[in-house]
Ligand binder design. Structure first.
Ligand SMILES: Cc1cc2nc3c(=O)[nH]c(=O)nc-3n(C[C@H](O)[C@H](O)[C@H](O)COP(=O)(O)O)c2cc1C
Length: 378
C-alpha cells in the first residue's frame, strides 16, 4: 500500500511549476501522450515540446482553496477510468488534475447492461458506480497513476454515512492524493434510497463524517436535480467542504420501443455531454451569485476551450471534462490548449481573471447572508 511520506502533507500547496504545464502534440505530429515506436514513454518528451511552443503569455494556474493547480482543466470522475488508462493518449501530468472514478470502501458490481445510450446531444448512463473497492484500487491502479506524475483527486461514494467515513479513512494518508471529491449523488439506503445530494442535511452529514476521518481537502460533487442547488452547496461548505463540483448528470431515461420497457438496465440514467452544458453553466452561475467566496469546479458538456471559458465566466475556478473524452480521449488536453489559445487571443494574461466575469450585479443579497450558512467551520 502506498502511504504518503511526511513531506506530502495534505496534498495542498503548489505543483512543481517546471513539469506540470499543459501538454500537447509533439512537433513531429505524434498523438499527444502516445508511446513512440521504440516503446519509450513519450509523455515527458511531449511535455517538453509543448513547453517549447507555448506562448507563456497566459498564467494558467488556479487556486482551489488550499490546493494550487498548474492549470484549471481536469478529468471528470467516471469518464477517465479507475487508473492510468488515458495516459496512452494524454500525459496526465499535464492536466490540472485527474479525478478518479468514484470508489467505495467495498467492491460494487454496478447496474445490469445496457449501461450507456447515445442521445441527440449527449449520452445516458446507468453504470451504477461499479468499482473494485478501495483496497484493490490501491494495489492495482494507484501505483501506475502516481507514476504518471498527475495530481490525483479520489472520488468516493457510499450508500450510508458510515460507507463514506470508511472510504475517507482508507484514502487518508495515501501518497500522491491531492484531494477527495465526495460524490453525494448516491441513494441513501438509510433514508428510503433518497439521494444524499437531494437533501441539504444529508449532504452536510456526509461531509462532516468524511472530514472527521481525513485531513485531505474535500470537494463535494452536487446533483443538478434539485430545486435549490445553492442551499445544498451552502450545507456542504458549512460542514467543511473546500469546494463544490457542479454538476453531476441530469436525470434522464430512454425507452426501448420494441420491448416497451426502459432501455437502460438500471431503468433510469444520467444525461451528460453537450445537452447539459447550459444546465451546468446555470448551476455555476447561481451558486457563484449566492455564495460569492465559494470555490467552484464546473463540469457538464465541456468539449472545447470556449466551453471551459463559459463555465469560468459563469463563476467556476476550474473545469472538468467528462463525456467528451469518450468521443476523443485527448479531449481534456484539447480543452486545455483551446482555453490557453482563447486567453492569448483575447488578451487575458491570467486565467483566474475569468472566474465570475459574466456575473451581473442584480442587487440580490447573497444566500449565506440570510440563510446563515456557518462557514467558520471550514
Ligand atoms: C459513463 C459515466 C460515468 C460516470 N461516473 C461518475 C462517477 O463515478 N462519479 C461521479 O461523481 N460522476 C460520474 N459521472 C458524471 C461525470 O463526472 C460528470 O459530472 C457528468 O458526466 C457531466 O459532465 P460531462 O457532460 O462533461 O460528462 C459519470 C458520467 C458518465 C458519462
Amino acid at each position: 500500500m502506498i502511504r504518503r511520506d511526511s513531506a506530502g502533507g495534505s496534498g495542498a500547496g503548489g505543483q512543481d511549476a517546471g513539469g506540470q504545464d499543459a501538454g500537447g502534440r509533439d512537433a513531429g505530429g505524434q498523438d499527444a501522450g502516445g508511446r513512440d515506436a521504440g516503446g519509450q514513454d513519450a509523455g515527458g518528451r511531449i511535455r517538453r515540446a509543448w513547453q517549447a511552443v507555448r506562448s507563456g503569455e497566459v498564467d494558467l494556474s488556479c487556486e482551489l482553496g488550499s490546493v494550487r493547480l498548474a492549470n484549471p482543466v481536469m478529468t471528470a470522475s467516471g469518464t477517465a477510468g479507475h487508473g492510468d488508462e488515458l495516459e496512452a493518449y494524454v500525459p496526465l501530468g499535464a492536466l490540472g488534475a485527474v479525478v478518479v472514478k468514484s470508489l467505495s470502501s467495498e467492491p460494487w458490481p454496478g447496474n445490469p447492461a445496457p449501461r450507456v445510450h447515445q442521445t441527440a446531444s449527449g449520452m445516458l448512463n446507468s453504470v451504477g458506480l461499479q468499482g473494485p473497492g478501495i483496497e484493490a484500487w490501491i494495489h492495482n491502479e494507484l501505483p501506475a497513476l502516481v507514476a504518471t506524475g498527475a495530481r490525483l483527486v479520489v472520488s468516493i461514494w457510499g450508500r450510508r454515512i458510515n460507507d463514506y467515513s470508511a472510504a475517507a479513512a482508507m484514502i487518508d494518508g495515501l501518497t500522491g492524493v491531492t484531494a477527495i471529491e465526495v460524490n453525494v449523488s448516491c441513494p441513501n439506503v438509510e433514508d428510503r434510497s433518497r439521494m444524499f445530494a437531494h437533501s441539504a442535511s444529508a449532504t452536510g452529514e456526509v461531509v462532516a463524517a468524511v472530514q472527521e476521518r481525513t485531513g485531505l481537502p474535500l470537494w463535494v460533487k452536487l446533483s443538478p436535480n434539485v430545486a435549490d442547488i445553492c442551499e445544498i452547496a451552502g450545507a456542504a461548505l458549512g460542514a467543511g467542504a473546500e469546494a463544490v463540483t457542479l454538476v453531476n448528470t441530469v436525470f434522464g431515461m430512454a425507452i426501448d420501443l420494441d420491448r416497451r420497457r426502459p432501455l437502460l438496465g438500471g431503468t433510469g440514467g444520467g444525461l451528460s455531454g453537450p445537452a447539459i452544458h447550459p444546465v451546468a453553466v446555470r448551476a455555476v452561475y447561481d451558486v457563484r451569485a449566492a455564495l460569492p467566496d465559494v470555490v467552484i469546479i464546473g463540469v457538464g458538456g465541456v468539449s472545447c476551450g470556449e466551453d471551459a471559458v463559459e463555465l469560468l465566466m459563469a463563476g467556476a475556478n476550474a473545469v472538468q471534462v467528462g463525456t467528451a473524452t469518450f468521443r476523443d480521449p485527448r479531449a481534456p488536453l484539447r480543452v486545455l490548449e483551446g482555453l490557453e489559445r482563447w486567453c492569448a487571443r483575447s488578451g487575458v494574461r491570467k486565467v483566474a481573471e475569468l472566474t465570475g466575469a459574466a456575473q451581473v450585479d442584480t442587487g440580490v443579497v447573497p444566500v449565506q447572508a440570510h440563510r446563515g450558512v456557518d462557514r467558520s467551520a471550514r
